[in-house]
Each structure stands twice: as C-alpha cells, then as structure tokens.
Design a protein around this ligand. Structure first.
Ligand SMILES: Nc1ncnc2c1ncn2[C@@H]1O[C@H](COP(=O)(O)OP(=O)(O)OP(=O)(O)O)[C@@H](O)[C@H]1O
Length: 247
C-alpha cells in the first residue's frame, strides 16, 4: 500500500462574495483508508468536495493528486484520473438488473475501447459480481434495480463506482436519511471498499455513529480543519463538543 496521500487539498480558500466558505483547509486522503470529513452545518465540507472535483474553482491553495498539481484541471479530466463523487440521488437504470447496472458502470470506464469486451462478457460480469459482493448485494443480482430499497440503491451506486475505476471516492453524506443502524451497515461496506485500495473521503456530521468504521477524521469549523486524528480522538475532543453545542 502507498504510504503518501493519493490526494491532498492544501490550504484551500473559497469565497462566495463577502463570505469565506473555506479559509485555508488542508486534508489528505490515502489509498486504502476511510477518511471522515465532519463538522457542523455551513463549516465548508461540501464546498471542499466541490473544489476537489473541480466543480468550483478555489480562490487559493491547491489540489495535489499523486503529488501532481491538478488545481487547474477541469472536472472531466479529474474524473479520468479516477476522482469520483456520488450524488444524493443515485443515478441508476431502474429496469435493468442490479448486475447489468454494474456492467454498464464498467463499460463506461472502457468507453474508448468498448470492442475489447466482445466475447468477454463473462469476465465483465465476474468483475461486476465481485463489486456487488463487496457491498453485499450479490444475492440481488438478477432483480430490476427499481425494486431495491433506498439504502440498497446507494450500495448499488457504490458498486458502480468500484468498477468504473474510481481511485478516490468523495461521498457527500451517503448515510443521509438512514437511521443509525442502516448508517452503520453502510459504513461497514464503505470500510470494505476502502480496504480494497480506494481512497475514500466521506462527509458525515454524525461522528458518534461513524467513529468505529473510519480510519481517520477531520473536523471542520468556519472553513478550517480545527481538529484531526483518529475518529475516537476527534469525537472525544472537548473543542468538538463545544462547537456542536455552540452551533
Ligand atoms: N454557491 C454558494 N453561494 C453562496 N454561498 C455558498 C454557496 N455554497 C455554499 N455557500 C456557503 O458557504 C458556507 C459553507 O457551506 P457548505 O455547504 O460547504 O457547508 P457544509 O459544511 O457542507 O454544510 P452542511 O452540513 O449544511 O451541508 C455556508 O455558509 C454556505 O451558506
């Protein structure tokens, strides 16, 4: 496993008019690690994800990927490097089977060289099936995606990301709307995905339920990282409690 970070956002500044949403935020994401990005509402978490994907242009700081400065790359080129994000609502083909939804994800990755899969459909399905196994959806492989529960659709979207060659996954509140038990179930799968070698950065403000699954945590406040360390250390830091209570 690589020891340096795959991705580093360094001293990122982002202003919206007179409001400073990011005020020199620095985070690192390592391959094989599940990294948590926590903080109260409005602390800049989503803005940071948007700057990392290139959806927003930073006013200061830089984004490094494998040590290379990608601050000026447009979003589609960052995607090509393997930097992916999910959206609140999964984008799935409802009438295709669960397995075929993942196969389509794999084909998207190979778009310039689709022909190379002719006669190798079996191999492609095996790849898709392995991704389904990672998120515990393999038993549903032949069901239409439209029949899945909301939580299962999120898992299917993650399986698609796995086969589409994501090396960095940025997930903005993937457990939003899930009760604590289901959220923990999701975090368990996220831990497996990270262990498979992906650099995973997950926005979640409920530190208490994520603490046992993540490897590292950043806590943001007013556009800065104010506490970082093991999730347990961050969770138990008095400043963190104070900020949440104050908010
Ligand atoms: N497009 C925008 N235009 C103006 N202000 C914005 C914009 N996007 C975010 N902001 C402001 O920037 C600050 C940081 O917002 P951001 O959404 O990044 O916080 P967050 O930590 O993700 O919060 P939440 O947990 O509520 O999603 C907030 O004050 C927000 O109102």
């Amino acid at each position: 496993m690589r020891s340096g970070p795959l991705l580093r956002a360094e001293g990122v500044v982002k202003k919206f008019g007179g409001l400073t949403a990011l005020d020199g935020a620095t985070v690192e994401v390592k391959a094989g690690f599940f990294t948590l990005l926590a903080g109260p509402n409005g602390s800049g978490k989503t803005t940071l994800i948007n700057v990392i994907t290139g959806l927003l242009t930073a006013d200061g700081g830089r984004i490094l990927y494998e040590g290379r400065d990608i601050t000026k790359l447009p979003p589609h080129e960052r995607r090509r490097l393997g930097i992916f994000r999910t959206f609140q609502t999964p984008r799935l083909a409802q009438r295709l089977t669960v397995l075929d939804n993942v196969v389509v994800g794999a084909l998207e990755r190979e778009r310039p060289a689709l022909g190379r899969w002719y006669g190798r459909e079996r191999e492609l399905e095996d790849l898709a099936f392995r991704a389904l196994k990672l998120v515990n959806l393999d038993h549903m492989w032949d069901r239409p995606a439209g029949e899945l529960s909301g939580g299962q659709m999120k898992l299917l979207e993650l399986a698609r990301l796995i086969v589409s060659g994501a090396r960095v996954m940025l997930l903005d509140e993937p457990a939003a709307g899930l009760n604590p038990a289901l959220a923990k179930e999701l975090f368990k799968h996220l831990k497996n995905i990270a262990s498979s070698g992906v650099a995973l950065l997950v926005v979640e403000h409920r530190l208490d339920i994520a603490v046992d699954y993540a490897d590292y945590a950043y806590f943001m406040h007013e556009g800065k990282v104010v506490v970082e360390g093991s999730p347990r250390e961050v969770f138990e830091n008095p400043l963190v409690a104070q900020i949440y209570l104050g908010g």
